[in-house]
Design a protein around this ligand. Structure first.
Ligand code: AMP
Ligand code: MG
Length: 341
């Protein structure tokens, strides 16, 4: 890549990093604005991990060392679940086609398979080859040709993944697993466990907008989480919700996207065609106690679309969702407004 292009991308990465910082700071200032007692000590750290800016904030408990351990844990899991890092266990599995995997990878693949089944295949963690073609996480995303897409789509299908004990086998060696739609949520749950084990009862874990609120604010009130207004500055919210011991995860077209020849492309893919889902949705936010569930369901519901997505969420206990359509209208699942406003 020419040096000038490299520099532009470096700047872009820095810009998106600072944009994420603004979001994190905004999330904190909401809790400040709404009455967190100023005398409560707040410890916060932001770092670039899991291909995004992550922030962990502890209220009135824990120390710098514990904060650092949260980020170490994220890095440790990144080395298991990353599709792109050649040192990762998932990379090894994708290359080998069959191998005995760690308990962590087994758990996440099993959960992914459960969500693939629950969503009738809308959540499909074998779309890795398609993601590679678009290069959403690369320096130069581009739309593949119809022929290129057809060639990789032959290897997509969550039923190609077999689990036998701790051995995972891709019955189609061309299949490429991608856990990007669920891993951040699962990792947020592990960070929350680490904090709980260490006596923390009030914290916000924000892995690039994948938010988990541990406990409630130090003054006993709910945390306030702002849902980003699609395409607007990250500090602008389309709704503010109130949560304790809950995770809030959004899948949105604006999170990873590009334009080519006047056509808008985004990273949430239709497993039937390999094309970005074009179903009139801009974003889906899911709220539930477990961040892994929120993460998987936000992606699944986006792919299912407004009607089927709402039906799925309404069939699940303790799960809420809000869908944003292209006209910027909000559509809530049953009980959302009573529980979260
Ligand atoms: P999220 O932001 O959690 O909705 O996850 C989106 C990411 O998951 C994308 O960047 C892809 O890596 C991957 N992905 C895209 N479409 C799907 C899908 N239909 N099912 C599962 N993972 C997907
Ligand atoms: Mg997701």
């Amino acid at each position: 890549m020419p040096a000038a292009t490299k520099n532009i991308y470096k700047k872009l990465i820095k810009l998106s990093f600072s944009a994420m910082l603004i979001l994190c700071l905004t999330a904190c200032s909401f809790s400040g604005l709404l009455g967190a007692k100023s005398e409560v000590e707040k410890l916060s750290k932001t770092d670039f991990v899991l291909d995004t800016a992550a922030t962990v904030t502890l209220y009135g408990c824990g120390d710098e060392q514990l904060l650092e351990r949260c980020f170490e844990l994220c890095r440790q899991y990144e080395l298991i679940f990353s599709r792109t890092d050649e040192r990762s266990e998932l990379y090894e599995l994708n290359a080998a086609g069959s191998m005995a995997v760690s308990d962590e990878l087994l758990e996440l693949i099993t959960l992914s398979r459960d969500y693939a089944e629950l969503s009738g295949g809308a959540f499909d963690f074998t779309l890795g080859g398609v993601s590679v073609l678009y290069g959403f996480s690369s320096d130069s995303p581009r739309a593949p040709s119809g022929g290129e897409l057809a060639a990789v789509m032959e290897h997509v299908g969550w039923e190609k993944v077999r689990i036998d004990g701790n051995v995972v086998t891709l019955s189609d060696p061309g299949a490429v697993l991608d856990l990007g739609a669920i891993a951040k949520g699962w990792i947020a749950d592990r960070v929350a466990e680490l904090l709980l084990e260490n006596g923390v009862d009030s914290a916000i874990i924000n892995l690039g907008g994948n938010v988990l609120c541990l406990g409630s604010r130090p003054d006993g009130e709910n945390f306030v989480v702002g849902l980003q207004y699609p395409f607007k500055d990250m500090s602008q919210t389309i709704a503010d919700i109130r949560v304790s011991d809950m995770s809030v995860v959004t899948s949105g077209v604006y999170q990873r996207c590009f334009e080519q020849d006047g056509v808008f492309y985004h990273h949430i893919l239709d497993p039937g065609t390999g094309l970005p889902c074009g179903n009139g949705l801009l974003a889906v936010s899911v709220v539930s106690p477990r961040s892994a569930d929120c993460d998987a369901l936000s992606t699944a519901c986006f792919v299912l679309g407004l009607d089927d997505g709402l039906e799925l969420v309404d069939s699940l206990d303790g799960v809420y969702a809000v869908f944003v359509t292209e006209d910027y209208k909000l559509h809530y699942s049953d009980g959302f407004q009573d529980a979260l406003f």
